[in-house]
Design a binder for this molecule. Structure first.
Ligand SMILES: [Fe+2]
Length: 69
C-alpha cells in the first residue's frame, strides 16, 4: 500500500489498527466472561463488511487505475 503510493493509506491502516485494538478488548471481555461468544463474530462482521465495501474497494480501484492487476 505504501509502495503503491495510495493516498488514503494512513486512514486505511488506522482503521485496521483500531480493529485490532477493539478486537483485543472484546477478547479480554470474553475471557473474563463479561460478553458472550457471539459478540466477536458479530463485531467482526459489522466491521469487515463495510470496510471491504468502502475502504478496500477504494484501494482496489486505485490499484487498477495505476495498472496493477
Ligand atoms: Fe483493508
Amino acid at each position: 500500500m505504501e509502495e503503491a503510493g495510495f493516498p488514503e493509506r494512513e486512514a486505511h491502516v488506522a482503521e485496521h489498527s483500531a480493529l485490532i485494538e477493539h478486537a483485543k478488548v472484546r477478547l479480554q471481555l470474553f475471557r473474563n466472561g463479561a460478553i458472550g461468544a457471539l459478540v466477536m463474530p458479530n463485531f467482526l462482521k459489522a466491521w469487515l463488511i463495510p470496510h471491504m465495501q468502502i475502504m478496500d474497494r477504494k484501494y482496489a480501484a486505485f490499484l487498477r487505475r495505476h495498472g496493477v492487476r
